[in-house]
Design a binder for this molecule. Structure first.
Ligand SMILES: NC(=O)c1ccc[n+]([C@@H]2O[C@H](COP(=O)([O-])OP(=O)(O)OC[C@H]3O[C@@H](n4cnc5c(N)ncnc54)[C@H](O)[C@@H]3O)[C@@H](O)[C@H]2O)c1
Length: 383
């Protein structure tokens, strides 16, 4: 028998990713079947992970919901906040899950909370038995318009944000805007920063609506009509960017606007900056760089910088730090496979990618922003 030394096998498979995002007011009302719209209901069980603050507000209703539907539910809570986005939190969810067996296919894990909780639980769902289904119910604005929309999850590791994680599509995302009512103003503004990001790089109409109604919608916790429009528009825009590139095969992503320098700032100043607040600082720095390069006209740059003031945000520009932001850019170069691929605004609603930002440009941009911050109250333009 002759040995065939050049044997070669190839495997090629395509797997369809399909999930929906469904708007469903008052998701904990027992008459609302959205939470049980996927999976086994008769003699069903559910492993439910709830953000601690959300549990404080809605814990009794959540428990009553599952008992009303005769579902054996194991409800555990996790603290929100970036400090809780750890390998330990991930392991705790896995241990609790393992102590409450669920069917591998038809008893989806339910994650109810902000971006921290859905990222930790999504990653647990990805790892347990090499992947079990999950449903996300975002309860923060950040979760509603961003963290729950795509398929990424993860935990912080080794001093880096989201260094461990996976792509694990949810089965469904349930959007209940009324849950935002209890969210503190700072966290509403935090989520708003991701909406500003989208508006700047791809949606001039969304930007105009933020200029007109952003402030009043934050005051109304997005329970007003303008707020509902802004949320729907932001989710649609986010999906337009994410859906064709769910696994990030294309590394030049518009939605990475605001997510280059912010990583270093957020990690260094975790006690002062929320994720969106760091993103806003990055947006301001990127806008300043684009303006200096002549990519962005003065009036568009003024509108972008002015929006923060119009929305009564006070970005902590004193935290901008050239060395730190350069290091963050270098880390992003690794993440983006050797090239900067930094999105910069080319107008309100448009962006370009650049690969040659220098350290000097960053420090110049910071100086300009310090000048701007000193005088900004006189410079918020009329629209
Ligand atoms: N996976 C993704 O694609 C993606 C996208 C964007 C952001 N993120 C991640 O999201 C995280 C930030 O998310 P976040 O801003 O939601 O933070 P978070 O989950 O820590 O929630 C913020 C705070 O709000 C509290 N809270 C949650 N819901 C509440 C409610 N309805 N009422 C009152 N308080 C409530 C929480 O307990 C917490 O204290 C970051 O870790 C970021 O990396 C992930």
């Amino acid at each position: 028998m002759a040995l065939n030394r050049s044997a070669r096998w190839q495997v090629s498979e395509q797997r369809r990713v399909e999930y929906d995002l469904v708007s469903t007011p008052d998701v904990f009302d027992p008459r609302n079947d959205a939470l049980l719209s996927i999976g086994r209901v008769h003699e069903g069980r559910r492993f439910v992970v709830v953000d601690q603050r959300v549990h404080d507000c809605h814990g009794e209703r959540i428990e009553a919901y599952f008992s009303h539907h005769r579902i054996e539910a194991r409800i555990i809570t996790l603290p929100g906040g970036e400090a809780g986005k750890t390998v330990d939190a991930w392991l705790r969810v896995l241990r609790e899950l393992d102590a409450f067996p669920i069917h591998r296919r038809d008893e989806p894990i339910i994650a109810i909370g902000g971006g921290v909780l859905t990222d930790v639980v999504g990653f647990a769902a990805a790892g347990y038995r090499r992947g079990v289904p999950h449903i996300k119910v975002p309860t923060t604005l950040m979760g509603y318009v961003d963290a729950s929309v795509g398929i990424k999850n993860g935990v912080n590791f080794d001093g880096h944000k989201n260094r461990l994680g996976s792509f694990q599509p949810p089965q469904r995302v349930l959007l209940d805007r009324t849950l935002l009512r209890t969210l503190p103003r700072r966290h509403l503004q935090n989520g708003l920063c991701e909406i500003i990001k989208l508006a700047v790089i791809k949606d001039a109409e969304l930007f105009r609506q933020l200029e007109r109604f952003g402030g009043s919608s934050v005051a109304a916790a997005f329970q007003d009509d303008a707020g509902a429009w802004i949320l729907d528009r932001a989710i649609s825009g986010m999906l337009e960017e994410l859906a064709p590139n769910l696994y990030e095969d294309e590394l030049a992503r518009k939605v990475d606007f605001g997510h280059t320098f912010s990583y270093g700032l957020e990690t260094r100043h975790g006690d002062r900056l929320l994720h969106g607040e760091a993103v806003l600082l990055d947006i301001l720095a990127s806008t300043s760089i684009a303006r200096r390069r002549g990519l962005l006209g003065d009036s568009d740059a003024e509108r972008i910088l002015g929006l923060a003031g119009r929305l009564r945000m006070a970005p902590a520009v004193e935290l901008l730090d050239g060395g730190l932001m350069w290091q963050a850019l270098m880390d992003r170069v690794e993440h983006r496979n050797g090239t900067q691929r930094v999105p910069l605004p080319a107008a309100v609603g448009e962006c370009v990618f650049v690969n040659d930002i220098t350290r000097v440009e960053i420090t110049t941009a910071i100086d300009r922003l310090h000048d701007w911050a000193r005088t900004k109250h006189d410079r918020i333009p009329e629209c």
